[in-house]
Design a binder for this molecule. Structure first.
Ligand code: SAH
Length: 373
């Protein structure tokens, strides 16, 4: 029903520039704007609280006596700039949202119901496309289109909250593991985290937020120094530089030893133990030797290793075709890690039938213009 992208992955609908919205503001910056426009600055907090309470929409009736202000303001500053353009629910309840922005670009945002009743985990994107070039990741195929604004990241969170509410759940944790490299869009990611975790606005605890990175060392240090108290996940995928360079091109700039050193600095400063993400690819990074090497890297570090069975995306960026290892191989790999005292788990693959791996829904929709929502 909706061809969003042409054959070269350019957006087809509504090519207007990115518009400003209330989600672009935190309380102090909206106070400054209202003050400058001759309104009482104190309206800022009421407006933004109503916006977050309404998950991105404002119930005007609840705002009396601010209706006049709202009407004036929203004529050039709508509550939000994005719209939900597709929603796919898989058999296991994983809900994949395609969130479209004013310039015609779209990103994926995923809600994963927890095993615990009433709660869910959310996954947001930080960029449209990605420049990192990881060979097995669909998000990077078309390169980087643009950074998302802090407001656009916040809006994904609000769409997630609305989707969770309609499933009788609330968003308890949030991971930056969607499309893009969050540390390559540092200021906007940190700005979004500020509003999402502000007790008066998103009210999500910072300890419930995880920033996942391909391993940009200066970004990891900057995140540590920002003292945000968020959790860090490192997408390692290989313990040796030769394999990792092939899978994750930024490794040429920031090799494994440097990334692990940055992870240790992050832990020393924040007191938070990073998670190591490891996407398992048959015959590439799943050997006994690599399990031993990975365990060696974890010596004295106590990091938690999250093994992710590869989610097939078809021919990869380099033309290689990866496969998920056999179950017995993956069990042997995790067995070696555990024997060496490493805490390691498999991440349950969720929502396979709704293309839950990075960048997949956007690709599916691009290639199937008749997909239904
Ligand atoms: N750029 C950041 C965040 C986005 S990727 C990072 O690299 O961490 C989020 C996670 O999804 C990464 O650990 C990535 O390796 C994983 N991933 C990407 N494509 C995948 C695929 N086809 N199968 C399984 N996991 C994948």
């Amino acid at each position: 029903m909706f061809p969003f992208f042409d054959s070269r992955d350019r957006p087809l609908y509504n090519n207007s520039p990115v518009t400003a919205a209330l989600t672009d503001y935190d309380i102090p910056s909206l106070e400054a704007r209202l003050g400058g426009d001759g309104f009482l600055p104190s309206h800022a907090s009421r407006l933004l609280k109503a916006l977050y309470r309404g998950n991105g929409t404002i119930d005007v009736e609840s705002l009396t006596p601010g209706k006049r202000l709202l009407a004036r303001l929203t004529s050039d500053l709508p509550p939000r700039s994005s719209q939900l353009i597709a929603r796919h629910v898989s058999a296991d309840g994983t809900t994949k949202l395609l969130v479209g922005f004013a310039d015609g670009n779209a990103v994926e945002t995923v809600l994963m119901p927890s095993h615990r009743e009433g709660v869910a985990a959310g996954c947001v994107s930080s960029q449209v496309g990605c420049a990192m070039g990881c060979d097995f990741c669909a998000s990077t195929r078309g390169g980087l289109v643009r950074n998302l604004t802090a407001g656009e990241i916040v809006e994904q969170f609000l769409h997630l909250r609305a989707a969770a509410a309609s499933a009788g759940r609330r968003v308890k944790t949030l991971v930056f593991m969607g499309m893009g490299e969050p540390l390559a869009n540092f200021d906007n990611v940190v700005g979004a985290i500020g509003r999402i975790s502000d007790r008066r606005l998103g009210a999500l605890g910072r300890r419930q937020i995880t920033v996942s990175t391909v391993g940009l060392v200066p970004g990891i240090d900057k995140l540590a120094e920002a003292d945000l108290n968020v959790h860090l996940a490192l997408s390692l995928h290989a313990p040796d530089d030769a394999t990792r360079e092939r899978l994750v091109p930024p490794n040429r700039r920031y090799p494994v030893a440097d990334i692990m050193a940055a992870a240790r600095r992050f832990r020393a400063r924040s007191g938070r133990v990073p998670t190591i993400e490891y996407c398992m690819l048959a015959g590439v990074n799943d050997s006994d030797e690599q399990a031993e090497m990975l365990a060696g890297l974890m010596d004295g570090f106590r990091a938690h290793v999250n093994l992710i069975p590869y989610n097939a995306i078809g021919p990869d960026v380099s033309g290689a075709c990866y496969r998920r290892p056999e179950e017995t191989r993956m069990q042997r790999f995790v067995g070696i890690l555990r024997e060496r005292g490493v805490v390691a788990h498999f991440r349950a693959t969720r929502g396979d039938d709704v293309s839950a791996a990075c960048g997949q829904l956007r690709e599916t929709l691009a290639s199937q213009p008749t997909a239904s929502s």
